[in-house]
Write a protein that binds this ligand. Structure first.
Ligand SMILES: NC(=O)c1ccc[n+]([C@@H]2O[C@H](COP(=O)([O-])OP(=O)(O)OC[C@H]3O[C@@H](n4cnc5c(N)ncnc54)[C@H](OP(=O)(O)O)[C@@H]3O)[C@@H](O)[C@H]2O)c1
Length: 251
């Protein structure tokens, strides 16, 4: 799919070529994966319309959402996003699984899920998919998962140890995850920022206004002690949507 690159080097770019190999795994930290987030908001900063993110992005957003999934060892979500967005197999199209294999990644990335309660919606398509692996980070007293077709692996952490820093360390050391894509939601992204674990953000700014209401922003929870500074890596445009890639500036 063609996008217009506004910065750097303005001109048309093809998404398949741009996302052929971002080289994210090579940037892994010793103690945790390289972490990128992906989010879509309206111009007035809302992350949902009618409680879901789907109506915000257009087909360009879907294309980049799927392409990003071809670039990482694993995907990370909060339990609420998992349920609301009714996750299924992470990389559904065979040509996208082939694109992963072409750069040395496993065809199906595991999905890591954060949940203190351990209460997940076991009825979503993901858990019925025999090709999916789900790595659940939860607390010691979480209930046992019911039998399901997907491979589900629980990591139970003492409530005091159930931080994202710990979970990311376990993903790196126990599962060999070098690059991780967080797809939200706002609670999880807010917590990742608080623990200083985000390396890059991909943001779709959709040409829409939600006009108030109760939809969340890209982050929720307490404010950061100081605003994080970002550096623009690229800006793309298609049909009035902006697709921005930012890196966290080291402080
Ligand atoms: N526009 C977008 O791009 C976009 C992207 C993603 C999501 N969304 C929208 O965002 C909404 C959901 O967001 P949300 O903020 O309510 O939920 P969320 O971040 O997806 O999930 C929150 C839950 O994740 C678990 N969690 C979060 N941080 C944790 C931590 N540090 N340790 C352990 N568990 C942790 C907790 O699970 P338990 O309660 O199970 O303990 C918490 O209740 C949905 O409406 C979704 O459509 C929009």
């Amino acid at each position: 799919m063609e996008f217009q690159r506004l910065q750097p080097e303005p001109g048309p770019v093809d998404s398949a070529e741009l996302f052929r190999d971002l080289g994210l795994a090579a940037r892994a930290h010793a103690e945790r994966p390289w972490l990128v987030t992906n989010f879509a908001t309206t111009v007035d900063g809302r992350a949902t319309l009618g409680g879901k993110s789907g109506p915000i992005g257009d087909d360009g957003d879907s294309e980049l959402f799927r392409r990003l999934r071809t670039q990482v060892d694993a995907v990370l979500v909060g339990s609420a996003t998992l349920a609301v967005e009714r996750y299924g197999r992470v990389v559904r199209r065979p040509e996208l699984r082939a694109a992963r294999e072409a750069i040395g990644l496993a065809p199906d990335p595991p999905l890591a899920v954060m949940t203190r309660s351990g209460v997940l919606d076991w009825e979503i398509p993901l858990f019925a998919d025999p090709d999916s692996t789900v790595l659940v980070f939860t607390s010691t007293d979480a209930p046992e998962p019911p039998p399901c077709a997907a491979r589900v692996e629980l990591t139970r952490l003492d409530p005091a140890e159930l931080t994202l820093t710990h979970a990311l360390r376990r993903l790196r050391t126990d599962h060999g995850i070098r690059s991780l894509l967080c797809e939200g939601g706002p609670t999880l992204v807010g917590a990742l920022l608080h623990e200083g674990l985000v390396d890059e953000l991909f943001l779709t700014l959709a040409p829409q206004l939600a006009g108030g209401g109760t939809g969340p922003a890209m982050t929720s929870g307490p404010a950061l002690p100081e605003a994080d500074a970002l550096a623009l890596v690229w800006a793309l445009e298609r049909n009035g949507s902006l697709f921005l890639r930012y890196a966290l500036r080291a402080t």
